[in-house]
Design a binder for this molecule. Sequence first.
Ligand SMILES: [Cu+2]
Length: 127
Amino acid sequence: MRWLITALGVALPALAGCGSDDAPTRTVRVGAGEPVRVSASEYAFDPSRIIVSGGPPRLRLTLDNQGDLAHNIKVLEGETEIGGLPSFPGGEERTTTVRVETGRYRLVCTVADHEELGMAGELQVRP
Ligand SMILES: [Cu+2]
């Protein structure tokens, strides 16, 4: 049995990443009202999945642009933008507050084709 647990421990992190190999999906879990920090680079958000538990909060979101290019982050409910940050240069960071309800949202960078290149993620707000 021990070998099986060891094997799973090795295999699961590899399975957790989907899409391109250099942009694994990393998840952060925070409580309502806790600030969230996301790094942007070419072409990924890290973490790319944010799970907020404890009810609808005002989400305090910081984007740390560690890339060479300008990036932004938009919080989308369906196709509707409900918040986010405009594009700003690499090496800088910005913070915004987004009012969210319980539900699922998409996180995208809307610069050129960055979303298709991997700058996309998910925000879940749980009761
Ligand atoms: Cu971008």
